[in-house]
Design a protein around this ligand. Structure first.
Ligand code: SF4
Length: 719
């Protein structure tokens, strides 16, 4: 590769769903440096600690550089032939549902598109699901129930325009730091902006909150159902909007009205005074954005929580207006891109629905595919259960580490070990998952591949390569396409470049689009290699064709789109009658604790690590922030269980245990524990937190309840 010192490559951060623009440069000595892209509309030059440390995480230490078959180095042709022939044979003998792909929100949209096309249109199964299932599936399901489509109505700008931001189950300060910084900056300009944090823990985000509601775990449905009742009782409804643009209000309000303030207080663990102050603030503030994240999604009632929030916004007409709307922020860099191309077991490409025969016909026709999946496939937790009981006989895992990150991780590991044929394509040679693969395929890493990602405000940005591919690594889309060709589907997988994949994806989004679907970037269908290279960040739907070299709007890059595209401002939704649906919800109280496991363990992230630390674990700077795994415990619980600050403790559930350091703090709610999910046995003696979590899922979204695990804690005494 020629090194051009002056050349900075515009790319996108591979961590969270904020989707910050990054400028990366390779110096003459090969050193990489990064800085925030001042022109990117997500971050305007800002980067958080993780984004700033990207250059420290891209060395080749531990990389998988060559294909391997049963631990020996192999050539690509041999490895790909074996993958294709084994998948084909398994399908021939046991049917298409005997194979599965488990993919990742780390994949680029082009990777996702090709994998989804192969599985749904050519294998003929919908057994492709993603680790994004663990991240935002409840928001997808909630959007579809209320709006008739998986659409985030608002934009980041709405958070700056709002007079009230309600953050629910979202530690934005640590998990979406640049978005948090935008709010802080906006509040400095408009000190009258109010912020309410709804979270069992007093997280760093509480520092900017005017009100922190330390809600009981899973009390969110009661909180927002109670709010709906309050709005009805205090004449704070937008009756005209409800009548013109929604259905189901009467029933939803009737169910909510069964809750009086005392019962909401009991279910949420909040005082009636706290509830009254929050409810009156919400009722009085027309420009309100409710931001929600994993604390809402990762729950056995996650979809109901999402709809309880959306109900309150519909009741006040606060959807798709500047500074007002419900706003789901995604954890992963391309959870949204995966949704767009149907990289989930219950969706089709271009936001079409697998249950809709017309949509199935369209996608099949567009792909000229021999088959099309006719029913939803297995969602993540179910998929590994099917691996365990032998229904899945050939499994391909791409860019993710389920042995450490799936709930009930020991059972998942046992399932993968017992599976007759496991392929893993990954950047690293020996994660806890890669170790168990029969075939290992070296994938290109961030900085080495080209493609697109979509952030939480529907903004599609380019990831661009600035490094040579090391060893024999290849981009994921290309690996999957090669397998597709070898399975006999050559024509459909003959893309030569990621721009060709993107152009096909764009064409499908506009293909026979009758306006009943929200996702349309069809204007980009004709994008050529040059246009793709110059593609500037844009939000869907795309209003017109991209033009390479087009004059930038003020302060933007060439080809910029308007920065604030909102959905539903006109009150039209994607339901058959074009009206949004209120969902009738009755809060349920579920007790998972028991005398043996009397505490509720909440799992989550810390500021400077990402997922199972396969990348951030390489940066000593990032590890300085918090150097070891820990569990937060309230002082009263610490006293009850004889635990002192900094003691080594064993945290156990019926499925497993970890050894971590105790952090005694009143930030933690009494009766609950919090522990970060990042450490694995690679970084800590016994640190795989997901060995404890349960495969309990939301019945609508299939998302696991990773924030409500019955657990116990005891001081560790070495024998
Ligand atoms: Fe990357 Fe998210 Fe940090 Fe932005 S906020 S730099 S996308 S990790």
């Amino acid at each position: 590769m020629e090194i051009d010192e002056a050349r900075e490559v515009r790319t996108t951060c591979p961590y969270c769903g904020v989707g910050c623009g990054v400028l990366a440069k390779v110096a003459a000595d090969g050193q990489v440096s990064v800085r925030g892209d001042p022109d990117h509309p997500a971050n305007f030059g800002r980067l958080c600690s993780k984004g700033s440390a990207l250059a420290e995480t891209i060395d080749l230490d531990g990389r998988l550089l060559y294909p391997e078959i049963h631990d020996r180095r192999a050539g690509w042709d041999e490895a790909l032939d074996l993958v294709a022939s084994t998948f084909s044979q398994t399908i021939a003998e046991h049917g298409p549902d005997a194979v599965a792909f488990y993919v990742s929100g780390q994949l680029l949209t082009e990777d996702y598109y090709v994998a989804n096309k192969l599985m749904k249109g050519f294998v003929g199964s919908a057994n492709i699901d993603t680790n994004s299932r663990l991240c935002m599936a409840s928001s997808v399901a909630g959007h579809r129930r209320a709006f008739g489509s998986d659409t985030v109505p608002g934009t980041y700008e709405d958070l700056e325009l709002a007079d009230l931001i309600v953050l629910v189950g979202s530690n934005l300060a640590w998990c979406h730091p640049v978005l948090y910084q935008r709010i802080v900056a906006a509040r400095e300009k408009r000190p009258e902006m109010k912020i309410v944090l709804v979270d069992p823990r007093r997280t760093m985000t509480a520092d900017i909150a005017d009100m922190h509601l330390a809600i009981a775990p899973d009390g969110d449905v009661a909180l927002f159902t109670g709010l709906l009742a309050y709005l009805g009782q205090h004449n704070a409804l937008d009756r005209a909007y409800i009548t013109a643009h929604t259905t189901g209000f009467g029933q939803a309000l009737f169910a909510a009205s069964a809750l009086d303030l005392a019962s909401v207080a009991a279910a949420t663990g909040l005082t009636e005074d706290e509830l009254g102050r929050f409810y009156s603030l919400f009722a009085a503030t027309s420009k309100t954005v409710t931001v929600y994240s994993q604390g809402v999604n990762q729950s056995s009632s996650g979809t109901d929580k999402v709809n309880a929030i959306i109900n309150c916004h519909l009741a006040t007409g606060r959807v798709g207006r500047p500074g007002a709307g419900p706003f789901s922020v995604t954890g992963q860099p391309n959870a949204m891109g995966g949704r767009e191309v149907g990289g989930m077991a219950n969706m089709l490409a271009a936001h079409m629905e697998i249950e809709n025969p017309e949509h199935r016909k369209r996608v099949q026709r567009f792909w000229t595919a021999p088959a099309i999946a006719e029913r939803p496939g297995l969602k993540a937790v179910e998929m590994f259960q099917a691996v365990a009981d032998g229904r899945i006989k050939a499994l391909w895992i791409m860019a993710t580490n389920p042995v450490d990150s799936m709930p009930d991780a020991d059972a998942v590991e046992a399932a993968i070990k017992a599976c007759p044929f496991v392929v893993v394509s990954d950047v690293l040679a020996r994660t806890d998952t890669v170790r168990h693969a029969h075939i290992r395929l070296p994938a290109a890493a961030w900085g080495e591949k080209d493609g697109t990602v979509t952030n939480s405000e529907r903004r599609i940005s380019r990831q661009r390569a600035f490094l040579d591919l090391p060893g024999e690594a290849r981009p994921d889309w290309q690996i999957v396409a090669e397998v597709g060709k070898r399975m006999g589907f050559g024509e459909a997988f003959s893309h030569a470049t990621p721009s060709e994949v993107f152009a096909e994806h764009a064409a499908l989004s506009g293909f026979e689009n009758d306006g009943a679907r929200d996702f349309d970037i069809g204007a980009y269908a004709g994008v050529d290699a040059e246009g793709y290279e110059e593609l500037a960040p844009f939000q869907w739907p795309a209003p017109g064709p991209v033009q390479a070299g087009r004059q930038p709007e003020e302060g933007g890059q060439a080809g910029h789109r308007p920065s604030s595209i909102r959905f539903f401002a006109d009150g039209n939704f994607y339901t058959p009658d074009r009206k949004a649906r209120f969902i009738t919800i009755r809060p349920t109280v579920e007790t998972r604790t028991s005398p043996d496991y009397p505490l509720i363990l909440n799992t989550g992230r810390i500021r400077d690590h990402w997922h199972t630390m396969t990348r951030t674990g390489k940066s000593p700077r990032l590890s300085q922030h918090i150097a070891e795994p820990f569990v937060e415990i309230h002082p009263a619980d610490a006293q009850r269980f004889g635990i002192g600050d900094a003691d080594i403790v064993r945290v156990s559930s019926p499925r497993g245990d970890v050894l971590v350091r105790a952090l005694v703090t009143a930030r933690q709610r009494q009766g609950s524990l919090f522990a970060p999910m990042h450490w694995t046995d690679q970084f800590s003696a016994k640190g795989r937190l997901d060995a404890l979590t349960a495969p309990l899922i939301d019945p609508v979204s299939g998302q696991p309840a990773l924030k409500h695990v019955a657990a116990r804690i005891e001081k560790f005494a070495a024998k």
